[in-house]
Design a protein around this ligand. Structure first.
Ligand SMILES: Cc1cc2nc3c(=O)[nH]c(=O)nc-3n(C[C@H](O)[C@H](O)[C@H](O)COP(=O)(O)OP(=O)(O)OC[C@H]3O[C@@H](n4cnc5c(N)ncnc54)[C@H](O)[C@@H]3O)c2cc1C
Length: 430
């Protein structure tokens, strides 16, 4: 469906597809096994100018449809390796708070380096005790003169020690309900900022996920995002709205990649004297897989366009595309393994990695249960607005119950009883 995309979108796709085939696919399995950060790939992406894609033009970025192009880039990288897809996309996640809420000076200082791929960034929101309920975080930061002092821990820091800048969310005003949390930029090497446990993961194994620790960690006060305390949670949530299409794009890329492998394998594998793709049951599986991948892709692109245009319905669309595309990725990659039969279960073959890589997309940046929560909250608001329009067309049901007191005349007529009978029938619901 590339014909529906602009020339600019298609150029991004072509550039990244060529790079992924040359620099990512051939080494994906090796880095997955070694659980090692693929610096050669990061350097190739930086050299090719791919890190510019989501950064505004005035800060050294590419401009244009930044979120849609980001999704296309992440999709293409993930088609070759889901780990590389997130290794790249997490830099967008970490830098969106600066783009959305940073001061002019913060943008000027950090964004050009991020666009050049010289600075890598991580997003530190989750903690051991606060994942879905991110607002219940415990990490604290207190002002001390011209500095903030951070104490606490963060869990699941993707980009681990590979990054040199960290967007850390911490409680600055524990008493406040709406302005409790602030975003603070912390540079690697700041005294009191250390890492521990490198997670041994099911998938996306080439990108490090670590625990981060802050002990009496002092950062300059002008590292608080936007120069103002108390806006961190808003920045964190607004970031997720524009970042979730990126996770969904990772899912689409994984599903597309798995589908392609399934097409090739089923066209080559023979059983009962014929290619397994010639069995109608297999063809129908492939048809369902391809249909769902395309539906997911179009929903992701719609959400990305909504982000690029700053549309009001972004939160809902973004949650919908993350939910749908990641569920499709899990289903399609699992079915692709099925189509490989026993070989699909073996690490010698490329397909099981797609299934392992796909699982995380249903969990991070808000689990799919949380996405359903976001969507249904939105629907409930819509229900209130729609009631005025649609209520007049709903037939009104009336239920009568036995009760003390005079019977309303219409109830007496309905039940053929005298209007003054006791116990009487009263309207319970209208
Ligand atoms: C590999 C990996 C990388 C990650 N990278 C980052 C990162 O870079 N930065 C970062 O900040 N975080 C990161 N995370 C954290 C990730 O975002 C959280 O794991 C995720 O939000 C879920 O939080 P949790 O693990 O604490 O699960 P919990 O919140 O404890 O949820 C457990 C289960 O309960 C369900 N649940 C919870 N609340 C509700 C509810 N209200 N209604 C229905 N069901 C509910 C969940 O859906 C889930 O199934 C990463 C996680 C992983 C595994």
């Amino acid at each position: 469906m590339d014909g529906l995309l602009s020339k600019e979108n298609r150029e991004w796709r072509e550039r990244v597809r060529a790079l992924a085939e040359k620099a990512v696919r051939p080494v994906a399995a090796r880095y997955d096994r070694a659980q090692e950060y693929p610096w050669e790939i990061q350097k190739a992406l930086a050299k090719e100018g791919i890190f510019k894609v989501w950064i505004p033009e005035e800060y050294g970025g590419a401009g244009g449809e930044r979120i849609l192009n980001l999704c296309i880039v992440v999709e293409e990288l993930s088609r070759a390796c889901g780990g590389v897809g997130v290794l790249f996309a997490v830099n967008a996640l970490g830098s969106f708070p600066i783009i959305l809420g940073g001061t002019g000076a913060q943008k000027e200082k950090w964004l050009p380096k991020l666009a050049a791929g010289e600075t890598l960034i991580a997003y530190c929101l989750s903690e051991k005790g606060s994942g879905s309920d991110a607002a219940s975080m415990r990490c604290r930061a207190r002002r001390d003169g011209n500095e903030y002092v951070i104490d606490g821990e963060k869990k699941w820091t993707t980009n681990g020690q590979a990054a040199n800048l960290y967007t850390v969310f911490a409680v600055t005003d524990p008493k406040s309900k709406s302005r409790r949390i602030s975003g603070i930029l912390v540079e690697k090497g700041t005294p009191g900022f250390t890492f521990s446990k490198i997670e041994d993961k099911m998938g996306i194994r080439c990108v490090p996920v670590v625990e981060s620790h802050f002990r009496n960690c002092r950062v300059p006060a002008d590292h608080v995002l936007g120069g103002l305390e108390g806006y961190g949670f808003r920045h964190a949530m607004a970031t997720l709205d524009i970042a979730r299409p990126g996770v969904a794009a990772q899912a689409v890329g994984l599903a597309q990649g798995a589908l392609e492998w399934a097409l090739v394998y089923t066209s080559r594998r023979k059983q009962f004297g014929q290619r397994i793709i010639d069995f109608q049951a297999v063809q129908h599986m492939l048809a369902d897989m391809a249909t769902k991948v395309e539906a997911a892709r179009q929903l992701v692109y719609a959400a990305a366009r909504a982000a690029d245009r700053g549309l009001d319905n972004l939160t809902r669309l973004s949650a919908m595309c993350k939910l749908y595309a990641t569920d499709v990725a899990m289903e399609v990659t699992t079915n692709a393994v099925q189509l490989f039969g026993g070989y699909g279960y073996m690490r010698d073959y490329p397909i099981e990695k797609y299934m392992r890589d796909a699982k995380i997309t249903q969990i991070y940046e808000g689990t799919n249960q949380v996405q359903r929560l976001v969507i249904s909250r939105n629907l409930m608001k819509e229900a209130t607005l729609l009631a005025e329009l649609l209520d007049p067309y709903l037939p009104k049901e009336t239920q009568y119950v036995l009760d003390e007191g005079p019977t309303p005349p219409e109830a007496a007529a309905a039940f053929s009883v005298p209007a003054v009978s006791v116990p009487a029938i009263k309207t319970l619901y209208q």
